[in-house]
Each structure stands twice: as C-alpha cells, then as structure tokens.
Write a protein that binds this ligand. Structure first.
Ligand SMILES: Nc1c(C(=O)O)ncn1[C@@H]1O[C@H](COP(=O)(O)O)[C@@H](O)[C@H]1O
Length: 174
C-alpha cells in the first residue's frame, strides 16, 4: 500500500458524511490518504501524538473536520509544522456557525486554512494544490480539472441563454 500523503481526521465518526467529500477529491487525483477519528476533547493525548508524529510519518498536510466547539484543527496546527486545513462541520443547532468561528478565528502564529461550512471537497482540492506545487504531474491534472470546470460553467451559460429568449450574449461560450 502507498504511504499516505494527507491525513483526514475528524472529531467523531458522525462527521464522516461531511468529510468523505475530501476523501473523494483526493481519490479523483489519486492522492493517497489516511482517515481516522482524532478528538482534541475526548482523546487529547492521542490527538497530540497524532499531530506530533504526522510530519515524521510522511504526511504533507492534514485535513481536520469538527463540529460545534471545533478545537481539533487549531490544536493540531499547534503541534505540527504541517499545513492544516480546517473543515467546519455543521451540527443540528447553530448551522455550523459555531464550528466555523471556532476554526477560523485562530490567534496569529498558528494558521488554519479554513474552508466553508461543510466545504470538505474544497479541503481535498486545496490539499491537492499544496502537493501540486511540488509535483508537475499533479499540477497538470489540476490544470485539466480547472479547464473542465470552465467548460461546464460555459455550457451552463450557453444553455441558460438558449432558454431565456431574447437574452444578449456577453460573447463567450457561443
Ligand atoms: N469538535 C469536536 C472535537 C474536538 O474539537 O476535539 N471532538 C469532537 N468534536 C465534535 O463533536 C461533534 C459531535 O460528536 P458525536 O456525534 O460523537 O457526539 C462532532 O461534530 C465532532 O467533530
């Protein structure tokens, strides 16, 4: 088995339905990853060990998702030199605002790259871009992916203009 380059961790297995989009994005780019439950609140010693060992084990970035009082991403960032991408997981109450604010408002010196509430797919894509900065093959894949996004958006515009009679065209995607 290939050694994982990205760690995807979450405060609870209940976060997986949101977090699995990060894994899916990494799968699309054939980036090896590991997944686990690591909770700063419920298993603080293991959380510290995970963060402290991540770099030495060959991980290049950590994607950390948590809901509510979401301290996991920030705590991991405090014990690893690796980039940490935080995913605010929305829970039943407060619509993820609690998770978002817990993750995004880090003190200076301890950065967490926070994506949108439930934005696990973008967390995966951001991790791919981090790796691609040092990997020309992955850069090419990312460039192709972006070209495909462009095609899809252009096609949506074309269909919309065809549906709305009399609409003028801005000039692209004829
Ligand atoms: N925010 C954290 C942390 C942490 O930040 O260390 N550990 C668990 N949790 C969150 O608690 C929520 C409810 O967890 P349960 O479903 O297990 O009760 C989850 O969204 C988890 O990320």
């Amino acid at each position: 088995m290939t050694n994982p380059l990205i760690g995807i961790v979450m405060g609870s297995d209940s976060d997986w339905p949101v977090m699995e989009a990060a894994a899916q994005a990494l799968d699309e780019f054939e980036v090896p990853y590991e997944v686990d439950v690591v909770s700063a609140h419920r298993m603080p010693r293991e959380m510290v060990a995970y963060g402290e060992q991540a770099h030495g084990r060959g991980l290049k970035a950590i994607i950390a998702g948590a809901g509510g009082a979401a301290h996991l991403p920030g705590m991991l960032a405090s014990v690893t030199p690796l980039p940490v991408i935080g995913v605010p997981v929305p829970l039943r109450y407060l619509d993820g605002m609690d998770s978002l604010l817990s993750i995004v408002q880090m003190p200076a010196g301890v950065p967490v790259a926070t994506v949108s509430v439930a934005g696990a797919r973008n967390a995966g894509l951001l991790a791919v871009r981090m790796l691609a900065a040092f990997d020309p093959e992955l850069t090419e894949k990312m460039t192709d992916f972006q070209a495909e996004l462009n095609n899809q958006a252009t096609e949506k515009g074309r269909k919309l203009r065809a549906k709305v009679a009399g609409s003028a065209s801005f000039g692209f995607g004829k």
